[in-house]
Design a protein around this ligand. Structure first.
Ligand code: V47
Ligand code: SF4
Length: 377
């Protein structure tokens, strides 16, 4: 453990700002912090203070355990009918010859390339291609399950689901039931960006709105599925927009309990329509992780996506509330390398991931998608 309860108590007792002290006392006594408290933490909390509080919560919930899983990605297409300004990856349908589209057989070949390897999850996510319909994806899900029934399929954001359900003229409830029956086990966290309409209007006007995103996750939770949630930060959003985003998630989680993990995603500015915006500093990144750990008291896990942050910064997050590092993946994930992430070739084998975690004196634990422990190292 990197901090003791007494260290944190002493720090809270010594802080000069009365609001920060009041919020610190709430955290130490397991009391929920308010919307305004969240904004104050961003505005006035020092990195050291936020880190100590977030690490206190992290260690109370998980000790030194740091989870990872063995997964791989399939990106069916980067052709997309939408035009999110931050996206470096998609190609509009009008320029579809510049993008890629995989057939069911090609995607099944990717799955087969992992035969005999100890992966537990496939993460399927991509652009929104007008010709890739609900029935195409139901066939894909069934084909993967027929080939490897125990492989957990985490796939499709509400952006993709909303579009395919509307096109197939089925309700969200019907569509989700069909996808679940065909083999979809859980939903990844993408497409959330920043929920507040003031920001959404500027950066991703044409895709599913906050209410639509949250409703699809609720329907998934009601079917017994779990899901993740992300937040794309570090562009035009204010501190209040970030807290509003987390607040909407906290409220839904109070209702359903279906979220596993919150994943802050740092905006990267290479080759997109928001390239003029400077990227956030590492200090700001760590504050986002810490405030997320403090605000989302009902989320079991906070995850750092290392291909985006880089390995060293991912290590640092483990002292700022994070208890999960995304799995070992191959270099098939293009959404980040195309946006200028630290890791141009994001591959790390299990041994490397384990030593990355051990180097910062945390305990690596391999998990499955639902956080059942597979191996403790
Ligand atoms: O929604 C797109 C983000 C997300 C950029 O659930 C960008 O386990 C930064 O959600 N800079 C998709 N981010 C990926 C995603 C995800 C990743 C890892 C794990 C999980 C999980 C989910 O990627 C999009 C968007 O927010 N994104 N462009 C960019 N320029
Ligand atoms: Fe399409 Fe997703 Fe890129 Fe938006 S972020 S343009 S929905 S691929």
């Amino acid at each position: 453990m990197t901090t003791t309860i007494n260290d944190t108590e002493a720090l809270v007792a010594s802080v000069k700002d009365a609001d920060l002290q009041r919020i610190g006392i709430k955290v130490l006594s397991d009391e929920r912090i308010s919307f305004d408290d969240g904004v104050i933490l961003f505005e006035r909390g020092s990195l050291a203070y936020l880190g100590a509080l977030a690490n206190y919560v992290r260690e109370k919930k998980h000790g030194d355990k740091t989870y990872f899983n063995r997964n791989f990605h399939i990106e069916p297409t980067n052709v997309c009918v939408f035009s999110c300004k931050f996206c470096s990856y998609s190609r509009l349908y009008a320029h579809k010859e510049e993008g890629w589209e995989l057939s069911i057989d090609q995607m099944l070949d990717i799955v087969k390339s992992y035969d005999g390897k100890p992966v537990t999850e496939v993460h399927i996510v991509g652009g929104v291609h007008p010709k890739m319909t609900l029935s195409f994806f139901l066939d894909l899900l069934k084909a993967i399950k027929a080939h490897r029934p125990e492989l957990h399929i985490k796939g499709f954001t509400p952006v993709e689901l909303d579009y395919m359900f509307k096109k197939a003229k089925v309700s969200i409830e019907e569509g989700m039931k069909l996808a679940h029956e065909a083999g979809l086990d859980s939903l990844p966290g993408g497409g959330a960006e920043i929920f507040h309409p003031e920001v959404r209007k500027e950066i991703c006007e044409d895709k599913v709105d906050a209410e639509g995103w949250l409703h699809i996750h609720k329907v998934a939770h009601d079917l017994g599925m779990h899901s993740n949630a992300t937040m794309l930060y570090g562009h035009i959003e204010s501190f209040a927009h970030r807290i509003d985003h987390m607040d909407r998630l906290r409220k839904l989680q109070d209702e359903t309990g279906g979220f596993n993990t919150f994943i802050p995603l740092k905006f990267r500015n290479k080759d997109n329509d928001m390239s003029h915006i400077e990227e956030s500093t590492t200090i700001e990144d760590m504050k986002v992780y810490a405030v997320a750990r403090l605000y989302l008291d009902n989320f079991p896990h906070i995850k750092a996506y290392w291909p985006m942050l880089g390995r060293k910064n991912a290590q640092l997050t483990l002292s700022f509330g994070v208890n999960d590092i995304d799995g070992t993946i191959d270099d098939t994930t293009k959404i980040y390398s195309m946006a200028g992430s630290e890791e141009q070739s994001p591959t790390m084998n299990t041994e490397q991931l384990i030593s990355l975690i051990k180097q910062v004196k945390r305990q690596p634990v391999e998990r499955d998608t639902l956080y059942n422990e597979i191996n403790v190292f």
